[in-house]
Design a protein around this ligand. Structure first.
Ligand SMILES: [Zn+2]
Length: 185
């Protein structure tokens, strides 16, 4: 397992990520109410050496290497659910009536946590900072969490297109992870 071929790392992470995705799915939270999801992400990040800070009320920002000079790559995931019912009988269906992850944000968040883990393992080999953005309220509550992100994250100083990348434009290793066939869960 290595930074240039992390397939073994990814494979080993998948059961945990699947569990997290289902846990978030089961406990959906609307925009700016993502307290539980935020705590889950914070604990995961801290356990891997990040020092996440709160942004936009219920969001988080975590830098892989805050001291690094040069370009910064930002990766973003969204935390909130939709105000919808989930009439399914899956084991991890929503336990909150009228709230459900129907837009995939549970998957986005789990993927970014997986990327955070992988980056932390190979921190010394990345050669720059990667800023992880866990954005609240993507679905537009009170104007949406994205409106508070640029100021809170210093995004204007990042060498990136004006619109923050979601999961595109990542280094090849991360892209490989995101597009791994087993990530379809
Ligand atoms: Zn969405």
């Amino acid at each position: 397992m290595s930074w240039t071929d992390p397939r073994g790392d990814i494979e080993a992470l998948l059961p945990q990520l699947r569990q997290i995705r289902r846990d978030i799915h089961k406990h959906p939270e609307l925009g700016f109410e993502e307290i539980r999801t935020q705590a889950l992400c914070r604990a995961w990040l801290e356990a891997r050496g990040y020092a996440p800070r709160v942004c936009a009320e219920t969001g988080l920002i975590a830098d892989l290497d805050p001291e690094a000079r040069g370009p910064v790559i930002a990766l973003r995931a969204d935390l909130d659910c939709l105000p919808m019912h989930e009439p399914t009988d899956i084991a991890h269906r929503s336990v909150h009536p009228g709230k459900a992850h129907k837009c995939g944000h549970d998957g986005h968040t789990a993927i970014l946590l997986g990327v955070a883990d992988l980056l932390a393992r190979y921190r010394g080999e990345v050669g720059g900072n990667v800023r992880l953005l866990f954005q609240p309220a993507e679905e537009g509550v009170r104007g949406g969490g994205a409106t508070s992100l640029p100021g809170a994250t210093g995004a204007t100083k990042m060498s990136m297109p004006p619109s923050l990348m979601s999961m595109r434009g990542a280094p090849a290793t991360i892209e490989r992870m995101i597009s791994a066939p087993n990530m379809r869960w």
